[in-house]
Design a binder for this molecule. Sequence first.
Ligand code: SF4
Length: 546
Amino acid sequence: MPDPTLLPLRVMSLHALIYCERLFYLEEVEDICVADEAVYAWRALHEEIQDQAEGPFESHVLESESLGLRGKVDCIRSRDGSVIPYEHKRGRSRKGDGDPDAWETDRIQALAYGLLVRDCLGVLVQEVRVRYHEDNALVKIALDDGGEAAVRTAIARANKLRASSERPAVAKNEHLCVHCSLAPVCLPEEERLAGDPSWEAIRLFPADPDVATLHVVTPGAHVGRSGECLTVACPKEKANEYGAETLGAVVLHGNAQISTQALGLCAAKGIVVHWITGGGTYLGSFSVGSGPVQRRIRQFTALSDEGRRLSLARKLVRGKVAGQFHFLLRATRGKDRKAIGLESAAMTMRSALRQAQAAEGIETLRGLEGSAAHAYFSVLPALLRQEVPPALRPEGRSRRPPRDPFNAALSFLYALLYKDVLASILSVGLEPAFGILHEPRSSAHPLVLDLMELFRVPLADMPVVASFNRLQWAEADFVRTGGKVWLSDSGRRKAIEVYERRKEERWKHPVTGYSLSYARLIELEVRLFEKEWTGTPGLFARMAVR
Ligand code: SF4
């Protein structure tokens, strides 16, 4: 008898269960759904079938309390006094030695529909059929005692998994993952690599984002809605349209406006909207939320464990300092390192790296991180070429407010990075307020500040230094008021271009061994962070630039 506290199971979910128990769990328990091309094609086929259905046995939505099942049968036909449910599949049948056969996933799904029809409509069902459209094969399956027992066993297993708080292990057969729509969320290859360092991971995680970020920079610009598009109207200019499906985020700079209708479209399409002040300070974001609560509960439980939190904070600090250290070493090749103060900075940073490994408390780690950052920023100005005009050169690090053009550009890129890390945290389904190293002292989310540490060097420091060395900046790109320096309108556009270009560049991840864009790297790292408590730990914060 099914557990009365559980809603009836979707028949479709049995297909996932037979394919891979982890897939079933991610979809049914964690409510994760990735609509890839195969899913869209499947929907199109089923809509076509619905359009063609006729007669008394058109598509039925059925639910059986006794079976604990619910589902929509593609088609039911009557043949020689018997009722036959049909399941339509887009792909090919299984080719054995003889006639075409059904795949086991399809067989259990079709049989489950057969039981559902028999139970709900009170008719005789002795056979179910699966139609494979790609090779035009029709497979007939007997609904006998063996078939019924197989479905009931699958239902019992599914309900056991639904009651569990443990994600099942990744599929033993790695070939299944290559065709799995949830591979970018599940990260099976990374999990195998974490368990076996000799594993040669293949990239199932998309290398580039399939959606773009729309920056609205022009003062007085207005974002509206036209059907399924966002429109951006700038004063005295013709409005431009952007298809909502092509966008992942909208960033409103300065006094740009957005309408309620446009926000509604963003909410419906999962587009995150961020606000950044004209001075480059991150203000806030609008998003539909972090999805099901289970992931945040697990995060909270994991990060409430002081031992685990300390261990993650150690990894984070080491990852950050290692990134800064390697960047300095790389950028000062051929320079007189002693003269620019690198030798003493290197000593401080090496010492911080060593001590962070064994640090006994979060406060100690914060201190080590702070002294390493101080050493790093003391050398950073020396990375700029002599040709960079003195008026644009920095003197150490100044944050709130920036006191020179270099720091103004750096702070602006950090604000852009902040919103991207936040968006990734939300898309993974984590809670940005539960962090490991930063305290909730300001309105900034601690976890965003934590994970940003890994990306400051590759996504902000390196491209800003490179752009200054390419002499891309001019005095007109900055506004000076009192001792403060902000980006002007042209400066903001330049900074956005520098940052977005950098996000598009691909980089070979030193641990997973595959290449992906920096834009995708942020989400990958957030997912590896979550794996520290939901899967096989060991890959988080090991991506330092070399
Ligand atoms: S990627 Fe592999 S392990 Fe993960 S859910 Fe899909 S089939 Fe299962």
